[in-house]
Design a protein around this ligand. Structure first.
Ligand SMILES: Nc1ncnc2c1ncn2[C@@H]1O[C@H](COP(=O)(O)OP(=O)(O)OP(=O)(O)O)[C@@H](O)[C@H]1O
Ligand SMILES: [Mg+2]
Length: 361
């Protein structure tokens, strides 16, 4: 193959490589940041719309194919990332440095919201994003325990608390202001003002993603949140059984009512693989997430099996996506949680893509 490697030819070839999720080519999306040719070796810098890109491997192989066809013997891609804001209008005053907000919600309690929120945040951070995690469960805060920061207390000056940092994630929870085991028995208005303060006063800095762990149901915290800040979207966690699905429908309806888009449904506790015999048991039934997604025209963002390591990781303050990183030596649930995080990041990238924002504004 004759060497046809020139800047022009390379850019023309990359103009035929699409970001599979956004559906447009890398050059017109401005993702190719530099090209360096040394004989038949090409070095590229490609800027992704999220470091947690679910299709990086596909993009890399498509680039390789396109440039090999021009005579390249070796193509090396240096990945960068620039997470864009999904809010069409001006940034909100409350959280000016935050580019995207993801609410993790469910209708029913105990389905794994906090587990999903914590692992979503840790996974995005492990992939290289700057991530915050807000525990909006004021009366039943679980984030500190699950992130191993139960004894932590806030520091900061001038009424601007610093987030507590663990597993690469900046966090805030009412628990950091309380003595251990002290109950919070606040009603709506106080919950609203606590959430407003967590958003406005905490030194979040620049964040690619702020993940928000909501209490169960369709109560005050979810409504407050939707009134206080623009939400990129909500992910609804459900378990497969009918009672959980019933409540998940209500959660989706509530978000519709307050004009918050639902990014999709996560089916948690979806099957248990017996460690002794290896066979799978559907303890809570199966396919419930898919059923509700179909019915409400939503996507299933992932199915997470029941696995003892998910529970023990939460109890020990070391989320499974932290202990099992990097790729390769992880369990089915660890992998499912990481894939969910990348899927969510991918969805958000599509929402933030220029044409989508332009069409929405
Ligand atoms: N996939 C899973 N495999 C095993 N255990 C899990 C899984 N998902 C969640 N759990 C465990 O189930 C329990 C409930 O999960 P979690 O606290 O995340 O639910 P929640 O929806 O946030 O509850 P609440 O409504 O009380 O806020 C926890 O002990 C958690 O470790
Ligand atoms: Mg919870």
């Amino acid at each position: 193959m004759p060497n046809q490697l020139t800047d022009e030819n390379i850019l023309a070839a990359l103009g035929g490589v699409k970001d599979p999720e956004i559906g447009r080519d890398l050059v017109s999306l401005g993702m190719v940041k530099s090209v360096n040719i040394d004989g038949s070796v090409v070095d590229l810098t490609v800027e992704l719309t999220t470091p947690a890109c679910p299709l990086k491997a596909k993009i890399e192989s498509d680039i390789g194919d396109a440039l090999t066809a021009l005579g390249a013997s070796l193509v090396r891609v240096d990945w960068a990332a620039n997470v864009k804001r999904t809010f069409g209008g001006p940034a909100t005053d409350l959280i000016p440095g935050v580019r995207n907000t993801i609410a993790v919600a469910s209708g029913k309690g105990g389905v794994g919201k906090s587990t999903v929120a914590v692992n979503l945040a840790v996974s995005l951070a492990r992939d290289g994003a700057t991530v915050g995690l807000l525990d909006a469960d004021i009366t039943g805060p679980n984030v500190p325990l699950m992130m191993g920061t139960q004894g932590a207390h806030v520091t900061g000056t001038g009424g601007r608390p610093n987030p507590v940092v663990a597993h690469g994630v900046k966090m805030m929870s009412i628990q950091y202001f309380l003595q251990a085991d002290a109950p919070v028995i606040w009603r709506g208005p106080l919950i609203h003002s606590a959430i407003a303060q967590f958003l406005r006063d905490v030194e979040w800095g620049e964040l690619d993603y702020l993940v928000i762990d909501l209490p169960p149901g369709t109560g005050d915290a979810a409504l407050s949140l939707s009134q206080l800040i623009p939400l990129t979207g909500a992910v609804i966690v459900t378990t497969p059984q009918e009672v959980s699905l019933l409540d998940a429908r209500k959660a989706v309806a509530m978000f519709n009512k307050v004009n918050v888009r639902t990014l999709g449904v996560i089916e948690n506790m979806s099957g248990f693989v017996c460690p002794d015999c290896g066979s799978e048991h559907d303890i809570f039934g199966s396919g419930g997430g898919a059923k509700i997604a179909r019915e409400l025209q939503l996507d299933v963002l992932g199915r997470i099996p029941i696995e003892p390591g998910v529970r023990s990781g939460g109890d020990a303050g070391v989320p499974i996506t932290s202990s099992q990183y990097p790729d390769g030596d992880e369990s089915a649930a660890g992998r499912a949680l990481r894939e969910v995080a990348r899927t969510v990041a991918g969805r958000i990238s599509v929402l933030a893509a220029p044409s989508v924002v332009a069409a929405a504004s």
